[in-house]
Ligand binder design. Structure first.
Ligand code: PEP
Ligand code: MG
Length: 750
């Protein structure tokens, strides 16, 4: 074995940068890099393999192997030593490579004469873009320092790939990955199809100069950025602006930000010649590789925190702008790893669709997507890594399909589907003024859910009989402070004006759980969905609720008013909340304000306990609305935001359906009007089943009214009831298969 001096990465990186600054196309640049690395390591061979697609690597440049093998030799990820480096994303270092397990000899390259092999992944943010390989004739083991130096160089190659430094004369990237169409099947979050361009919630940072001009200056930049990071976190913590889970994350951030190991590794990278941003990304790459491997949910969360922290640090280093400053392109389709309802609302109504790598159908972000009436796909794996800003993208919320950079055939098929959907929408318009009455004469009132000003124009064209759920918290979520009473009065009266004679059910502020107002202090909670939320906050901190009730009364200004309190779990909560409204009515009258011509006060049934409340509750409530999203999560003890458990329990599960029936029977007996306003009411088969269980009012997003009405008008509810009863009697877990088969056999429009 021959001892050689280690790679001087600072010098090598500078040479690389200078070489790249010289004119030349992508291929010349790659060739030059391999030459410089081989010289620097005194090795006979240096090769760069880049990934063509998910499964294939191609030899794109070499110094030392046969030139005719370039762009000819291909191998699969996982195949041979090079393929293994790409697959496992770890270096392989062998003094006698031909005898190594998995070695694959590629005769066209002439590599048989080389004994030692070292390969390191070329990766960026956890994504392997290729492999950098160095080979020599002598049986030599490369030192840890040399491998570290190669990793640093590989990091720069990865950055330059992202910069498009290796595009050929035809402008096609030699590492073609980001140019090729990418397709992923996620899960349906919200139906609808859309065509547009990618808007990244967290855009990739393109680092113009991955090599530091002066490592000392670079280290100072890093030091300053780290200090800014810590004080940013401290400010957030001191202001108490972060609440609940967010606070936990902030506390974790602060710990991570002070982690000595993390800091040292980044300063070491700078020392070897990397720009500060690349040093951060090098750490991020490590984090993401680990993230992909750990199964433990808690650990993954912490790694996510660390990843987010790195993003923050990058934002400080690059002075990156947020979405608002960047500007939102026309036809923007938002691509994000995950997003909260408030962040989604920040984009307003400018988005055509949303694609999330994680996310959940039951989350409030999904509720917001529904209220914005845009398609949503969740669990679209790898999408944030594959998508680049402004990439063309097609989204099918119904099938969960997402096509990035689609080819012409896919785009044409897609446009056809969009045209068909537009046609269906036209057909629904024809139903607008028709009653939603079943064949056997049962009338089911269909109302719409809303909460944003953009919802109101839907009232007329959807044919909704009214607004069955107006989520007032959405207006609080889009602001940076508690809205003033005057603002709310204006807002609510505009809502009532727009609704005209149609009723609007205003639900009082339903915050907490995942609907966290960034400007409102809240205690840390181990389990926010089961925690201090909705009416519990309203009663314990009555100030905001009082202001909201006053605003509603003033907005009504002599017109009828309907108010609904969310998340009532026991009679007393309703009695107390109702009394607060009655008190406000009295004092508003004393202050000389016009009081509403009539007031109806209802409760949302979102916890199973309320179904078993005393008769007096049902008699006192002017109406009850089943909040099926929450009710279902508590009924099955399955978090509505956790896809692992949410989808396990069908809404048409016999137990849940029977529970809905019992609530309906009890309301009938006690003459309490009942409605259902959870998301399931807008799904035609579910809506049908609820109607068969006795529900006569359903409230849903406006776009669902057409499809639900069309099905209701086509069926005989008595027959549906028989099908459900038979399925219930047969011991099935869910009545869905039986009901779906029955509808299909009769060609009913589902
Ligand atoms: C529900 O829980 O079903 C509901 C309508 O309220 P939200 O989805 O806003 O919690
Ligand atoms: Mg709810």
């Amino acid at each position: 074995m021959v001892e050689r001096k280690g790679i001087n990465s600072q010098t090598l990186l500078k040479r690389l940068r200078d070489a790249l600054a010289e004119a030349g196309d992508g291929q010349e640049r790659l060739d030059r890099i391999t030459y410089l690395i081989a010289c620097s390591l005194e090795a006979e061979v240096c090769s760069i393999y880049l990934r063509l697609d998910e499964a294939t690597l191609e030899l794109c440049a070499t110094y030392g192997l046969k030139a005719e093998a370039v762009h000819q030799t291909r191998l699969r990820v996982g195949q041979g030593l090079v393929g293994r480096v790409a697959d496992k994303a770890v270096p392989i270092n062998h003094a006698d490579a031909p005898s190594a397990r998995g070695f694959r000899y590629m005769p066209e390259t002439g590599e048989e004469v080389y004994s030692s092999f070292v390969g390191v992944p070329i990766q960026r943010l956890g994504e392997v873009l290729g492999v950098l390989v160095v080979q020599s004739k002598d049986a030599r083991t490369y030192s840890d320092d040399e491998i570290y130096g190669l990793e640093v160089v590989a990091m720069v190659i990865a950055e330059m790939t992202e910069l498009g430094a290796f595009t050929g004369p035809d402008k096609m990237a030699i590492a073609a990955q980001h140019r090729l169409p990418f397709f992923v099947k996620g899960l349906r979050g919200q139906e609808g199809v859309a065509e547009g361009v990618v808007l990244l919630h967290e855009p990739h940072i393109v680092i113009a100069n991955p090599v530091a001009d002066d490592p000392v200056v670079e280290a100072e930049r890093m030091q300053e950025a780290l200090e800014a990071l810590v004080s940013e976190i401290d400010v957030l913590l001191d202001k108490g602006a972060s609440i609940g889970e967010q606070r936990d994350v902030m506390v974790a951030y602060r710990l991570f930000a002070q982690d000595k190991g993390w800091r040292k590794r980044m300063f070491d990278s700078i020392d070897s010649g990397l720009a500060a941003e690349v040093a951060v990304e090098k750490e991020q790459t490590l984090t993401r590789t680990r993230m992909a491997r750990v199964a433990d949910a808690y650990l993954r969360e912490r790694l996510h925190d660390l990843d987010d922290l790195s993003n923050r640090l990058l934002r400080i280093l690059t002075g990156r702008e947020d979405a608002e400053e960047r500007g939102i392109p026309e036809n923007a389709i938002l691509v994000a790893r995950n997003i909260g309802p408030g962040e989604l609302l920040d984009y307003g109504d400018k988005l055509k669709a949303v694609v999330l790598e994680e996310g959940s159908v039951g989350s409030h972000a999904a509720v917001v997507a529904r209220s914005l009436a845009i398609p949503l796909v969740i669990h679209a794996s790898r999408i944030t890594r594959e998508a680049l800003s402004h990439d063309p993208i097609l989204v099918d919320g119904e099938t969960g399909l997402v096509h990035l950079r689609p080819d012409d055939t896919v785009a044409a098929a897609f446009r056809e589907k969009m045209a068909m959907q537009a046609e269906a929408q036209e057909a629904y318009k024809g139903l607008r003024d028709k009653p939603s009455t079943t064949k056997d004469g049962v009338n089911i009132a269909l109302h719409m859910n809303g909460g944003l000003m953009v919802d109101l124009p839907s009232l007329e064209p959807s044919g909704a009989e009214g607004v069955g759920l107006y989520r007032t918290e959405l207006q609080f979520l889009i602001r940076t402070r508690v809205p003033r009473r005057g603002e709310l009065v204006k807002l609510y009266s505009r809502v009532m004006d727009a609704a005209g004679d149609k009723p609007v059910v205003f639900r009082t502020l339903d915050i907490g759980s995942d609907k966290a107002l960034p400007y409102m202090k809240r205690p840390e909670e181990p389990n926010p969905a089961l925690g201090w939320r909705a009416i519990r906050i309203g009663l314990d901190r009555p100030g905001v609720m009082r202001m909201q009730l006053q605003a509603l009364i003033r907005a009504a200004n002599g017109r009828p008013l309907i108010v609904m309190f969310p998340f009532i779990a026991q009679f007393e909560e309703f009695r107390e909340a109702r009394q607060k409204l009655l008190d406000e009515l009295q004092s508003e009258a004393q202050r000389g304000h016009a009081i509403p011509s009539s007031v109806r006060i209802g409760a949302m049934l979102e916890t199973p306990s309320l179904a078993f409340a005393p008769d007096q509750f049902f008699e006192m409530a002017d109406f009850i609305s089943i909040g099926g999203n929450d009710l279902k999560q508590f009924f099955f003890a399955a978090d509505r935001e956790n896809e692992l458990v949410r989808a396990r329990y069908d809404t048409l599960n016999v137990s849940f359906l029977t529970f809905i029936e019992q609530i309906s029977d009890r309301c009938d007996r006690l003459l309490t009007p009942l409605s259902f306003c959870g998301e399931d009411a807008g799904r035609p088969i579910e809506a049908l089943a609820f109607a068969a269980m006795g529900l006569r009012t359903l409230s849903m997003r406006p776009a669902s009214i057409g499809p639900v009405k069309r099905l209701l008008r086509a069926v005989d509810l008595g027959e549906v009831r028989d099908v459900i009863d038979e399925a219930r009697g047969s011991g099935e877990q869910s009545v869905r298969p039986a009901l779906a088969a029955w509808l299909k056999a009769r060609n009913y429009p589902v």
